[in-house]
Write a protein that binds this ligand. Structure first.
Ligand SMILES: [Zn+2]
Length: 104
């Protein structure tokens, strides 16, 4: 095994630990939050860009729904959509490039 690969694996390990920790904290925070508050947050933020706050638009690329902010250029994938892309990344990213290429 090359040192580079081993260092990548170490980084992946720590990223996975961090993700697990954050997931557990978020599940706990959601459990402790009242249903009314969850509903209020959802209504307030639904389809808004998490970076600039403008409305997101849904564009279908290669059977994957991508929520895109045409204000700041950010993109959002729902749960499970990354798995749909996985295995055909090349097609997906080529399609994505051609869909959004004339933006800049
Ligand atoms: Zn934005």
């Amino acid at each position: 095994m090359s040192p580079l690969k081993s260092s990548n694996q170490e980084e992946e390990y720590f990223a996975r630990q961090e993700a697990l920790k954050l997931r557990r904290l978020m599940v706990k925070a959601r459990e402790e939050m009242a249903d009314e508050e969850k509903k209020r947050l959802k209504e307030l933020h639904w389809m808004s860009c998490p970076k600039c706050g403008m409305k997101l638009s849904t564009i279908q690329i290669n059977k994957v729904e991508v929520d895109k902010c045409f204000s700041c250029g950010g993109m959002f994938l729902d749960d499970g959509e990354l798995e749909k892309i996985s295995g055909r990344e090349r097609n997906f990213f080529d399609s994505m490039r051609s869909v959004f290429e004339d933006e800049k």
